[in-house]
Write a protein that binds this ligand. Structure first.
Ligand SMILES: Cc1ncc(C[n+]2csc(CCOP(=O)(O)OP(=O)(O)O)c2C)c(N)n1
Ligand code: SF4
Length: 334
């Protein structure tokens, strides 16, 4: 009888758990000491990328701060699904701010800790893309400009999901939302410039800016851990698919996050003092169509006839990112 060698797929792969590795090489999630910061029992939709991203980010932040963490949270899905009064899923000191002032509330907490001489306490502010790129933008820019000792995390699901999928300034071109319907000669969201918050954060020259996705949770944990160890203002922008708002299957959340990175539409990188210091290279280049097609928010692009010109314009955005950030290994072609 022929033997097949036994393969441990969890070891040395990009899978989440890595429970077969030595204790010191495991992800925070795979250790028994993980905090379960965003605990089970919350009311996020099945497959919610934001819930997953927040759990991993906050557990990594708790581990990196030896449990000395305070979080401020903007209004949005993350706050609403985790804290329906009088319940809460948070196992960290956590305060709900208004929709637009999370950054200012976090600044206040950091100032209070400084006055009390508690330099061991680290502060995280978190919110959705609407709370970050639109309504909370002024407070966040102030936090950056003052270099306040806060890590701000934006969970980017590319629209105002909590109130019924309205467009934000992070909504991508051609995407259907409740306020950018697939009607008229240019269906879906406009081809504007949008707001690229990671690059705007870099323009403030703050110590640390990074992007990440829920498809590479080790990378996400590493970036949060790094940010918690840095004094001053830090910004992490996490790409979190939303099955409900995007019209995607709940089991496709990780896959869509991976495809967004692999096609070049969501560059994953790190920057220090306004300069890019590292990028996650594309492992297997794919056309944007592969990422767009499984999402009903782009269904109008794949009708009869398909909107080839619009798809080509989205591909051009990905190609520009690939060039700008050097996302391809030398010798690899899209
Ligand atoms: C001043 C103010 N305006 C509007 C609202 C209503 N509101 C609450 S959450 C939300 C959308 C949140 O969107 P986003 O920040 O993208 O987070 P998501 O729900 O997508 O995670 C809106 C419009 C509010 N709470 N306060
Ligand atoms: S609407 Fe989207 S972001 Fe909100 S809980 Fe559902 S999947 Fe998560």
């Amino acid at each position: 009888m022929a033997f097949q060698p036994l393969k441990f797929y969890q070891t040395g792969t990009f899978t989440v758990g890595n429970r077969l590795l030595e204790e010191d090489k495991r992800s925070v999630q795979a250790t028994t000491q993980r905090n379960n910061s965003l605990n089970s029992g919350h009311r996020a939709c099945q497959g919610c990328g934001e819930a997953l991203g927040a759990r991993y980010a906050m557990d990594a932040a708790m581990a990196a701060s030896q449990g000395q963490l305070i979080a401020a949270n903007a209004t949005g899905c993350l706050e609403v699904f985790s804290t329906p009064y009088p319940e809460t899923s948070w196992q960290v000191p956590w305060i709900h701010s208004l929709f637009g002032n999370t950054a200012a509330v976090a600044t206040g907490i950091a100032a209070a800790m400084r006055v009390k001489g508690r330099s061991d306490v680290r502060v995280v502010a978190q919110g959705g893309d609407g709370g970050t790129t639109d309504i909370g933008f002024g407070c966040l820019s102030g936090l950056f400009e003052r270099n306040d000792d806060v890590l701000y995390i934006c969970y980017d699901n590319e629209a105002y999901m909590n109130t019924g999928v309205q467009r934000s300034s992070a909504t991508p071109p051609a995407a259907r939302t409740a306020t950018t319907m697939p009607l008229g000669p240019e269906p879906g969201n406009v081809f504007g410039q949008g707001k690229n918050l990671p690059r705007i954060a870099m323009a403030h020259g703050i110590p640390y800016v990074a992007t990440a996705t829920v498809a590479d949770l080790r990378d996400l944990e590493y970036k949060v851990t790094r940010a918690i160890g840095i004094r001053g203002a830090k910004y992490i922008h996490i790409f979190v698919p939303c099955p409900l708002g995007w019209g995607a299957a709940s089991e496709d959340t990780i896959k869509l996050a991976r495809l967004a990175k692999e096609c070049g539409l969501f560059p994953v990188f790190e920057a220090e003092q306004g300069e890019v210091v590292g990028v996650s290279k594309i492992r297997k280049p794919i056309p944007v169509e592969e990422y767009l097609r499984p999402q009903r928010r782009y269904a109008h692009l794949f009708g009869r006839p398909p909107a080839l010109e619009t798809i080509a314009r989205i591909q051009a955005i990905a190609d520009r990112n690939i060039k700008k950030f050097g996302l391809l290994e030398a010798g690899v072609h899209p």
